[in-house]
Write a protein that binds this ligand. Structure first.
Ligand code: NAD
Length: 469
């Protein structure tokens, strides 16, 4: 049984609203998530930019294709020409008469000096109160290491502080991110702009994402409404929880999903595979023959397009009380198996061109946690794996990235003692736990065939948790 957030339901009942308000308790509201048939992007979108920005064209292209109405901040004089070129509806933003908007995007790539940062202050000073509940804030920057001089490096690095503070300040489930787009990678930003301006990124906030040199060209016939059409995706640990949601999201978006889990979960695995028109692979990933079996399955299908290393376990104890078995099994399931399977697939050339590997880390891997030396080591190791493999995969025209979930409502978190569980759930900017689908949507974005500029990233799906931030 999935854990239920009873407090969230209570705080949204008429009596609960009154009581929580009166005594100053957190007042979370349910996140608005993507559902087929709903608009892709949260509009209207207010745009702003510092002079010399590089991302007006890719942004206008995306907004025109959606299509979504735009407003521009008074200082962004160049926007009307760009909007006209893309046949995009636009009007000047006025805090008094424009009403609320779904998203606010600021192109800060032109900021070359700490003094220029005042432009971003003015943009959000004027617009933040106009962003609707469940809205989005997106800041686009240049990776500090790519800035031409010291002043630019400093100013671009400062954006992280602004965005993380906006995420904490905006409230009402508004999510804020910073996308660093390297010079020359502007054409690879589309899938990320789309994800972060959509309801799919509901529980992702306060994140810094780097978009670099594309590893491959966009595939022909790509359809952003069914991005995984015709692709074969392996998901480990698919029988329940986050893994089942990952399988469902990939199937929804067009993929053939190979659902892998241990023999004990055969019944769940069968039901899932049937429900989503996928296939099952019953296997313990720590078994010595597992990499070989997986490679054989991949080769029989002409290779995998996407591999999601999701299977994971906890065996919590303080290090003095931890048995060697508890240490070994956590390391084996969470890290060593993923490493062996990835190596075997690469050795056999079983990852297709423009392929994707996505790993599941954890905020415990960033922050560490009492009683989780084994788990945190394995999940920090997953981050190392992503960073270490990134250049290897880029050389093959493929990518590897990781998500690091915070508190997600599953059987894993349901097993946490009540008071610790309740603290974990509330200690984030959205004052609630995420759902498995929030992690799944983020993995699907990393795995999108158009995400050719995302490699070596670790993105937290944690509602901007205070833990390890
Ligand atoms: N739930 C959270 O809040 C949270 C937070 C951070 C990270 N994560 C990570 O997300 C992933 C999924 O977690 P979940 O909450 O859905 O857990 P879960 O326990 O509900 O599901 C994990 C699945 O992995 C499978 N599995 C375990 N060992 C396996 C093995 N040796 N071979 C094949 N399959 C195996 C299990 O049978 C199960 O179906 C894990 O890697 C976990 O560490 C979860």
């Amino acid at each position: 049984m999935m854990a239920r957030d009873r407090y969230l339901a209570f705080a949204n009942s008429p009596f609960g609203k009154k009581l929580t308000g009166a005594i100053g308790l957190p007042q979370p509201t349910p996140l608005e998530r993507f559902a087929p048939g709903r608009p892709d992007l949260l509009g209207p979108v207010i745009v702003g930019a510092a002079q010399g920005g590089r991302l007006a064209a890719p942004l206008a292209e995306l907004l025109a294709a959606a299509p979504v109405a735009t407003l521009f901040h008074g200082e962004y004089a160049g926007w009307t020409d760009i909007a006209a070129q893309h046949r995009l509806m636009t009007g000047r933003f006025d805090a008094k008469s424009s009403g609320t908007v779904g998203s606010a995007v600021f192109d800060a790539t032109g900021i070359a000096d700490p003094d220029d940062l005042a432009a971003i202050y003015r943009f959000f000073h004027d617009t933040i109160r106009s962003i609707a509940r469940n809205g989005r804030i997106l800041v686009l920057g240049t990776p500090p290491e790519d800035a031409p001089n010291l002043a630019g490096r400093i100013a671009q690095r400062a954006l992280e502080g602004i965005v993380r503070s906006l995420g904490k300040e905006a409230q009402h489930n508004i999510a804020a991110q910073l996308l660093y787009v390297a010079p020359g990678a502007e054409g690879a930003a589309n899938s990320s702009l789309r994800f972060f301006l959509s309801p799919r990124s509901a529980y992702v906030s306060g994140q810094v994402v780097r978009i670099g040199k594309p590893v491959a060209q966009d595939t022909d016939g790509y359809d952003s409404h069914a991005p995984h059409a015709g692709r074969t995706v392996l998901v480990t640990g698919a029988a329940r929880g986050i893994g089942a949601a990952i399988a469902e999201v990939f199937a929804r978006d067009g993929a053939k999903v190979i659902c892998l889990d241990v023999p004990q979960s055969t019944a769940d695995l069968l039901a899932l595979a049937q429900r989503i028109g996928g296939e099952r692979l019953t296997l313990d990933i720590t078994a010595p023959e597992a990499p070989k079996t997986i490679v054989e399955d991949a080769m029989a299908r002409g290779g995998y397009d996407v591999v999601v290393h999701n299977a994971g376990i906890t065996r919590d104890k303080t290090i003095a009380n931890m048995t060697p078995d508890a240490w070994n099994i956590v390391m084996n399931v969470n890290l060593v198996s993923a490493l062996r399977i990835t190596e075997a697939l690469l050795d056999a050339d079983a990852l297709k061109p423009n392929g994707r590997v996505v790993c599941v880390s954890s905020i415990a891997g960033n922050a560490g946690n009492l009683g989780q030396t084994n788990y945190a080591a394995s999940k920090a190791g997953v981050i190392g794996m992503v960073q270490g493999f990134a250049p290897v995969l880029a050389a093959r025209g493929a990518t590897i990235n990781a998500v690091a979930p915070g508190f997600i409502e599953t059987q894993m978190t349901n097993a946490i003692p009540l008071t610790i569980r309740e603290a974990g759930r509330r200690m984030n900017a959205m004052a609630q736990g995420g759902q498995p689908v929030d992690v799944a949507e983020t993995i699907s974005w990393f795995a999108d065939p158009a995400s050719v500029g995302l490699n070596g990233n670790v993105v937290r799906v944690c509602g901007q948790s205070l833990i390890g931030a």
